[in-house]
Ligand binder design. Structure first.
Ligand SMILES: [Zn+2]
Length: 72
């Protein structure tokens, strides 16, 4: 089911809404009724971003170049 998470730009309320088709334009804050809402990336996606792995291939958090006692 297409359930998305939204945050209201007016009051900061975060809520989930079932969105079918193009009804995303009709989503309103459940707290204050504002239509200024931002669709959030799911929390699952946020968590996977938290697993931060070195981008330099072989580097570590200490030297980032693969040449210290931690990586060798
Ligand atoms: Zn609101």
């Amino acid at each position: 089911m297409p359930i998305f998470e939204f945050q209201c730009e007016e009051c900061g309320e975060v809520f989930e809404e079932l969105v079918l088709g193009d009804k995303i334009k009709d989503v309103k804050c459940k707290k204050c009724g504002s239509s200024k809402v931002t669709k959030l990336i799911s929390q699952v996606a946020f968590r996977s971003e938290g697993k931060f792995v070195s981008t330099s291939g072989g580097g570590c958090s200490v030297c980032s170049g693969g040449s210290c006692s931690v990586c060798s």
